[in-house]
Design a protein. Structure first.
Length: 84
């Protein structure tokens, strides 16, 4: 199986980093569709930890679907983001 790249904001997966970064992200911090996917630079894991609050998730997709109570922009004003 080849390398799989995924967006650190929404968890979208692609086998090609160029195709991933050329499309718009629905969970981009600037707003839905206001920025492109950004590749997650860490390793694939069984568990991802939010860098703001420490909450654990089984995937980046699940993580980014939830708002973080300890986000730097304020409680519930940003989504969880994975630690590297």
């Amino acid at each position: 199986m080849g390398t799989v790249y995924f967006c650190k904001y929404c968890g979208k997966q692609s086998t090609n980093v160029q195709s991933l970064t050329s499309s718009l992200c629905v969970r981009h911090p600037n707003g839905p569709g206001k920025g492109k996917h950004v590749p997650y630079e860490g390793e694939t894991k069984n568990e991802y930890i939010c860098k703001f609050c420490g909450r654990k998730f089984s995937s980046i997709q699940t993580m980014s679907a939830n708002f973080c109570l300890r986000h730097p922009n304020g409680s519930g004003k940003g989504r969880h983001e994975p630690m590297l």
